[in-house]
Design a protein around this ligand. Structure first.
Ligand code: SAH
Length: 435
């Protein structure tokens, strides 16, 4: 059966977010000026781009320029006006399209991968399926179908980590039969519960820390690229932070970049990874924090984590960008009206996981390779054999979009995390998709 997403995926005018920023050179950095004592006023904001721009402006005028990370966090997840908080941002009517929405093959193969690695670990039961930032809940739904089919009597529950009240409802509608909001004063670690058509319990949490302890299969697709990044530049041998100030009078943008005049909390604690050669980079303290928690859980409670996102291995310098209606958009214009994102630094993810806990990481490998190694073509042929002739092009082009080198095949990467005690077992029985 076809889904609307496949139709969207086949149209090349809808973009996925890994589309590169134009004019990115090896050492490119945003245009920055030294911070001024008195920021100017911005008519653009005064004319009104919504409450978020006003709030940010008031804050900067009161306390001075803010880190890019703080700007990104406010723009994406401010409880009242944050980009993700109150609407569906995906697909044709939204701003971008993601792999699980493009083809069901994506979620099915991820589900099969999880089941096969879980079986290699002795099929522990009960277990938890955890997803960080599930969007519309499409990946969770496709993975749930596969796990329900192949769990062979094991017990499991679903745990969604989601900040957006609006999206948590969309997710529940996508894969639950019934769902309810939990009263605010309940003191429970979840804010919404649901039950799937086959009786599996689903829980929604605001933070990974709130997910109960236990053996977990954790998925994060296009989650880490939404976590705030700090922008740092080396000036005279010292790391300094790029901040966001209000724009000067007459400027078209609402805000502008400035270089901090003195050390900021992050620039003073930042320690580059061994072998760092970049003079400007993006550093996600929040990614480091969440990966640290994830790795600790995998080591302590057992489980597997699969991180899927667009990213690099510690070589890119300036990837912070915005998307609006499938087009690149200036991140400093009309905050809250467009998605903000930055490429995931997989070197930082791997380094953090392996240095903070005893975990064994595989990858990153390219999405195209992973899906091919997971027999994506065979699944494609199967789907084509059962599809109506008028739907076949759409199914084929969806899979091509996921795997082609010039589309999502090479820019999106997969990184897996296992308990460190399994390292030699995994050498003997290699992890499918990664070798
Ligand atoms: N995984 C989905 C959606 C990706 S968009 C897909 O690939 O289609 C990012 C998702 O992460 C959204 O659901 C957003 O609401 C959620 N999100 C963003 N920041 C978050 C945070 N700090 N904590 C929890 N969820 C977050």
């Amino acid at each position: 059966m076809l889904r609307e997403a496949l139709r969207i995926g086949s149209r090349r005018c809808y973009s996925y977010k890994s589309v590169r920023r134009p004019n990115l050179g090896a050492s490119s950095a945003p245009k920055v000026e030294p911070a001024k004592e008195q920021p100017g006023s911005s008519p653009a904001v005064e004319n009104g781009h919504g409450s978020l721009a006003k709030q940010l402006r008031a804050k900067i005028l009161a306390t001075g320029p803010i880190p890019v990370a703080e700007y990104m966090r406010e723009v994406l997840t401010n409880p009242q006006a944050g980009y993700y908080m109150n609407r569906d941002v995906f697909g044709r009517e939204g701003d971008f399209i993601t792999s699980p929405e493009i083809s069901q093959i994506f979620g099915e193969l991820v589900g099969i991968w999880l089941v096969s690695e879980w079986r290699k670990m002795g099929s522990p039961s009960p277990f938890q399926v955890v997803e960080l930032g599930p969007g519309r809940g499409t990946l969770a739904r496709d993975v749930l179908k596969v796990i329900t089919k192949f769990k062979a009597g094991a017990e499991f529950s679903m745990h969604m980590v989601e900040v957006s009240p609006f999206l948590s409802k969309s997710q529940a509608q996508r894969f639950c039969y019934t769902h309810n909001t939990v009263p605010e004063d309940s003191q429970l670690p979840h804010y919404q519960v649901g039950t799937t058509a086959t009786g599996t319990k689903a829980f929604w949490h605001r933070r990974l820390e709130d997910v109960p302890q236990g053996f977990s299969l954790v998925l994060a697709h296009e989650f880490f690229d939404a976590l705030p990044v700090h922008k740092l530049q080396q000036v005279d041998g010292k790391w300094q932070e790029v901040l966001i100030d209000v724009a000067s009078e007459g400027e078209q943008l609402d805000f502008r970049y400035v270089l901090s005049r003195s050390q900021t909390p992050v620039s003073s604690v930042f320690r580059p990874m061994p072998g760092e050669t970049r003079a400007c980079l993006e550093y996600s303290l929040e990614t480091e924090r969440q990966v640290g928690i994830l790795a600790e859980r995998i080591e302590r409670d057992g489980g597997i984590a699969l991180i899927m996102d667009y990213g690099h291995f510690g070589e890119k310098t300036d990837t912070f960008r915005a998307f609006k209606q499938h087009q690149l958009h200036n991140p400093l214009l009309e905050p809250g009206s467009a998605d903000l994102t930055a490429d995931v630094d997989f070197k930082l993810v791997r380094h953090t996981a392996e240095t903070r806990s005893n975990v064994h990481c595989c990858g990153p490998v390219e999405q195209g390779l992973f899906l091919q190694r997971m027999q994506g073509e065979a699944r494609l042929e199967q789907l084509l054999a059962h599809a109506l002739p008028e739907n076949q092009d759409i199914i084929r082009s969806g899979y091509q979009m996921l795997t082609d080198q010039d589309q999502m095949g090479s820019r999106f990467k997969f990184l897996a995390m296992f308990p460190g005690v399994l390292a030699s077992h995994l050498d003997k029985y290699p992890v499918v998709g990664f070798s």
